[in-house]
Structure formats: structure tokens, C-alpha cells
Unconditional design. Structure first.
Length: 627
């Protein structure tokens, strides 16, 4: 162990060799017992690794830790939350403010409704778009020009559909952004009343139609008058409705309409044959014979009873009204005691009295008509034997007795000015309906009972408003009779099936209780919903018509409860230079409700659904000077 530094004992390397056990009596225990202390242990040498020492590596300084990243990691989420909150507030605050109103920047045809409630927006649209919607449409048919007003087309602003285009509820972020940064343009939604426009087009057609002329043969006194068939042209109704609707809906203000060719059904050859037969018919009287008795049909009676009717193939066939021709002469051939009699009612002292029916015998009308038309086609002897046939009554006593027809249950009188063509039509329709019986459960149709109004039926051309225009039509003015009948039915308590209020209110009719009549389009129908029959009796003068219904009363009183007139609309002024111009005052439009209320024992027992009638304003017509 040479070479150790001075003062360094070799004991630092530990004992040399294997340690030995202390002798007996030595050791820690012996020392504890007073024995000699243990001998010191020998020094152990310094342990030396057999592995080579590692290469020397210069110590590295400890890594530097920056405290900022951890601080950033804590700050970044907080900043994100603040940004999200700011964005949410930027959306939610205006969204909450906009909720419940129309989004700002919303415009309808230039009218700003942004920020308004739905009710406020609707009122503003009605007020400010009214002028835009009041623009008429100018229609042209060839060289003819006319104007259709919005009220004639039933044009209305559909406020609900217009506003429904606007998003409702709580606005989305996109809607809020659009409301804050831009505008939303909406088209006004308008509706056209198709039925009302159809009536207007029908009235317009009345001024431009050139109907084909059907060939016909009539009599002027005893002279046959021939009309040769000629083609015509008619307004294309469906195309006109579409074109006028489109003009209103698009705002173009113009519509060009067209006429379609219309060919007559009859042919010239058929007219010539009918003329020959007509001349033969009135060449002399026709003698009717029965059991040695004779009666003559004069040429005048023949002419009044003979018509020529076109069939589907264009031919004109003679039709002889035997019943009409026999009227003045049948009693000469047939004893009155043999004639049948229908059961009917007479009104005596204001109450109906049954007149019983009776079977009998009469001239066979069908055979007589067949024989006369055959003679006209063939020529030959002008003597026609007639025969009797059993003639049961058209209405038997059994059919009308026991129906409870015993008292007046509803009546109405309508007044009019005297001595106008329309008076003839009103009185003729009253005569056609007088005495008609409506059985329990039966539906009455005025057009079905009266049929088409014709000259042969006693009707004449007269003015009537059709589709908002005053036209001269066959049977014009008969709406006044329909109104009288409708009110008798109303106060009689019977069921209203179909009736159409008039377009314009007239002071001669009760507001909300008038009925327009036009064959075949506008009808008056009502149902006898009672267990009793209903007898219709009419009476007319030069200034009034009265309709009374007789049956059994079901109600103590039936009254009409009317609302106040409302929604007044102003009338416009028109100047006309037409040769047939008729000046007239204007009348504002309005709306009224009528409710039918039924009473029994002093109490209301039933109430009909409210009936709302909206009358259009009637223009003031001023005729230009010199017209």
C-alpha cells in the first residue's frame, strides 16, 4: 500500500482477508458484562468496480422553464368564452328585439312594414296598397275597348298570404343579419274572385258577342217571315278570364281578348223547306170534327200555335201546340161536364179552400199535334178528325188534401215603378208560379219551374244588371220577383238551398235579403223542410208583386236581425258618350250581416248561421253632352 498520502491509513480499504469471530468472552455482550471491550475490526479496502470507468461527461446546466405557456393555457379558454358570449349577445339582443314583429327592412311593393306587428303591417298594407290595387285593366277585343274595374273582378289584397311570406317566430342568425344589413322585397299577394270575374266577363261578352244567326221561320200576322242562317263570333270566355286575371295579378293593366267563330246549327235548305210548310199552314182554316160536331182553327190560331224548332242535325221541324190551339174551341167539341179538373186551392177571405179534382175526357192533344204537322208536310185535305181520350187530372185531390195547407205562413210585397218593360216580366213570372204546390221534402227551383224566358212565354227584353253592367236581356227585371219569393220563404221559415245576392244594393230591396236571377246560371232554390205542403200564391199590379206561402205555421215569429252597415267603399265616376247612355247616381258599397231568428212561446228556439252580404260600389254615370 505504498504511495498513500501521508496521514491516510490503509484501514480505509477495510480489513484484509476474511473476518474472524471474536473469542469467547469478547464482543458486545461481554463488554456489557464488564468484560474487555471488543477488538477493533480491521479496515476493508475501497471497493473497486471491475468495469472500466465511464468517459468523462461535462455536466449540463438544468433546463430553463418558462412560466408564460401555462398562463396562456389558462387565458385562452377564457378569451374563447368571452368571444362566444359577445357573438351570442350580438345575435340575441337584436333577435329578441325583432321577435314578434316583421323583420326590419321588409318591404311589400315599396311599402315598408319592417318593425311592425302583424296587425299593424296588415293595416298599413290595406291603407297604402289600396291605390295600387284600384288600377283598372283596359281590355281590347278587336277595335272595341272597355275597362274592367278591380271591384268587377273581385280583386282583393290577400293580406294574410302577403304577410305569411315573412319568416315568423324567433329570427335565425341569418335573418337577423339580413334585417340589419339589407332589405327583403316581397310581392303583394292578391286574389281574384273567379265567379265574380266570370259574371263580369259574361256581361262584357254581351257587348262584343256577335252570335250566329239561326235560320228560322216565324209569322208576322199571316205572313211567314224567313231568317237565313249566318255565322257569328263569340268572346272566348275561358281565355278572357285568364287574360284579365293575369293583367290584374301582374299589374300590366292591359288584356287583349279574342272572338271565336260560331257557326249556326240550321242550314239554308232547312229554312227553305220550313218556309214552304209555313205557307201551307196558314193557307186556310183547319176543320176539326168529332161525332158530327165541327170546330175551325183559324189561320191566325194556327200561326200563333205553330213554331219551327231546329234539331241536332240542322233541320227545322214544325211543332204544333195543340193545347194552345184548342183553348178557344175545345168546348165546342167536348161538353164542359166531361172535361177533367185539377185539384187546387182558392183563397177565400184570406184562407185557402180546397177545390177537388175530377177525371174526365178531352181531345187527344198528342194525336192532334201529330196529325196537323203531318198534314203540313204532306199537304192535302184540311180536315182533321179528333178523338177523345181519358183525361185524368194533373193534380188529384188525394195529392193535395191532408197536406196541412190551411194558413199563410210567409208573405212579402215588393214595389216598383209603373209602366216599364221589366214590369211585364215580373208579372209574367208571378203568373207562371201562381198556384204551384211544393210537397214536404221537395226542393223548389225557380229556373226549373219557369224555364228559359222567351217571347212565346210572354217575356220581353228589359234592362238588368249582369256582372256589374246594365244589359238588356230577355226577361230582365225578374230578379225582383225572385227577391219577393225569397223573402216569403225567409219569413215562412223554410230552408234556403241556393240564392245569390245582387252585386249592388238597390233601395227597393231589403239589404242582405235580395236574390239575383238569371237563366240558367243564377237560380233561387229552397226546400220545404216541414211536414206539410206549401202552396205558392201570387198577386201583381202595375206597381207591386206579392208572394204568399200557405201551409201550417211552425213558428210563432220569424224575424231578420240586421247588423249595422260597415266597410263602406266609395264609388267612382264614369263619363260615357255611348248613344244609349243612361245617367245614374253613384252608390257606395258596404257590408251587412243578416241572421234569421225563430221564436215560439215568446222565446228564441233557433237561429240560422249569420249571412254576410258584401255590396260593390256602383259608379256614378255621367252622359257626355250631345250623347
Amino acid at each position: 500500500m505504498e504511495g498513500l498520502p501521508p496521514g491516510v491509513s490503509r484501514d480505509i480499504f477495510g480489513p484484509q482477508g476474511r473476518p474472524e469471530s471474536p473469542p469467547a468472552g469478547q464482543g458486545p455482550q461481554a463488554a456489557a458484562n464488564g468484560g474487555p471491550p471488543p477488538a477493533p475490526q480491521q479496515s476493508q479496502p475501497w471497493p473497486v468496480s471491475v468495469n472500466p470507468a465511464p468517459a468523462f461527461t461535462e455536466p449540463q446546466p438544468p433546463a430553463y422553464t418558462d412560466p408564460e405557456p401555462s398562463r396562456r393555457r389558462r387565458l385562452l379558454p377564457a378569451v374563447g368564452v368571452l368571444v362566444v358570449l359577445a357573438v351570442l349577445l350580438a345575435y340575441l339582443v337584436p333577435a329578441v328585439l325583432m321577435s314578434g314583429t316583421v323583420l326590419p327592412g321588409t318591404r311589400v311593393d315599396g311599402v315598408d312594414i319592417g318593425g311592425l306587428t302583424v296587425t299593424q303591417a296588415a293595416e298599413k298594407l290595406r291603407a297604402e296598397l289600396a291605390a295600387e290595387l284600384s288600377k283598372p285593366v283596359v281590355v281590347t277585343v278587336g277595335k272595341h275597348r272597355d275597362t274592367v274595374q278591380p271591384d268587377e273582378a273581385g280583386l282583393q289584397l290577400d293580406v294574410v298570404s302577403t304577410i305569411n311570406q315573412v319568416p315568423s317566430g324567433f329570427p335565425s342568425p341569418g335573418e337577423v343579419w339580413r334585417a340589419l344589413t339589407g332589405t327583403t322585397e316581397l310581392e303583394p299577394q292578391v286574389t281574384v274572385d273567379a265567379s265574380q270575374l266570370a259574371r263580369t266577363v259574361e256581361a262584357l261578352a254581351g257587348t262584343v258577342d256577335k252570335p250566329p244567326t239561326e235560320g228560322k221561320v216565324t209569322f208576322k200576322e199571316l205572313r211567314p217571315v224567313v231568317t237565313q242562317p249566318r255565322p257569328g263570333a263569340l268572346l272566348d270566355r275561358p281565355e278572357a278570364i285568364k287574360a284579365i286575371s293575369a293583367a290584374f295579378l301582374t299589374g300590366s293593366g292591359k288584356a287583349s281578348l279574342s272572338l271565336k267563330p260560331a257557326e249556326p246549327v240550321t242550314t239554308q235548305e232547312a229554312v227553305n223547306r220550313a218556309r214552304t210548310q209555313a205557307r201551307r199552314a196558314v193557307a186556310g182554316p183547319i176543320t176539326l170534327t168529332l161525332d158530327g160536331k165541327q170546330a175551325q182553327l183559324t189561320p191566325a190560331a194556327i200561326a200563333a200555335s205553330l213554331t219551327f224548332v231546329a234539331d241536332d242535325e240542322g233541320a227545322l221541324k214544325p211543332r204544333f201546340d195543340a193545347a194552345k190551339a184548342l183553348g178557344p174551341v175545345e168546348s165546342v167539341l167536348v161538353d164542359a161536364a166531361q172535361a177533367p179538373r185539377d185539384a187546387t186551392y182558392e183563397i177565400v177571405d184570406g184562407s185557402p179552400r180546397l177545390v177537388t179534382s175530377r177525371a174526365g175526357h178531352g181531345i187527344d192533344e198528342e194525336r192532334l199535334a201529330r196529325d196537323v204537322t203531318g198534314m203540313l208536310r204532306r199537304g192535302g185535305e184540311r180536315v182533321v178528325p179528333v178523338t177523345l181520350s181519358a183525361a185524368p187530372p194533373d193534380v188529384t185531390t188525394e195529392e193535395v188534401s191532408g197536406l196541412g195547407i190551411k194558413e199563410a205562413v210567409g208573405s212579402f210585397t215588393s214595389m216598383f215603378d209603373c209602366c216599364q218593360p221589366r214590369v211585364t216580366n215580373i208579372r209574367q213570372m208571378a203568373a207562371d208560379v201562381d198556384g204551384h204546390l211544393v210537397r214536404p221534402g221537395q226542393t223548389f227551383s225557380l229556373n226549373e219551374l219557369v224555364g228559359e224566358r222567351t217571347t212565346e212565354g210572354g217575356y220581353v227584353p228589359a234592362p238588368q244588371i249582369v256582372g256589374g253592367r246594365l244589359l238588356t236581356i230577355m226577361g230582365g227585371g225578374s230578379s225582383q220577383f225572385a227577391t219577393a219569393l225569397y223573402n216569403a220563404v225567409f219569413f215562412g221559415g223554410f230552408e234556403d238551398v241556393t240564392h245569390t245576392p245582387m252585386d249592388y244594393h238597390s233601395t227597393r230591396y231589403p239589404a242582405g235579403r235580395d236574390a239575383a236571377l238569371l237563366y240558367p246560371d243564377l237560380d233561387l232554390k229552397w226546400r220545404n223542410d216541414s211536414d206539410h205542403g206549401v202552396l205558392i200564391k201570387t198577386a201583381s199590379t202595375e206597381t207591386s208583386v206579392t208572394v204568399t206561402l200557405y201551409s201550417t205555421k211552425r213558428y210563432e215569429k220569424v224575424e231578420a236581425v240586421e247588423s249595422e252597415k260597415r266597410d263602406f267603399t266609395p264609388f267612382r265616376r264614369e263619363t260615357s258618350d255611348a248613344p244609349d247612355c243612361v245617367a245614374g247616381p253613384g252608390q257606395q258599397g258596404f257590408t251587412i250581416d243578416v241572421t234569421r231568428v225563430f221564436h215560439n212561446d215568446g222565446k228564441v228556439v233557433k237561429r240560422d248561421k249569420k249571412l254576410t252580404t258584401k255590396y260593390r260600389p256602383r259608379a256614378e254615370v255621367v252622359c257626355a253632352s250631345g250623347s
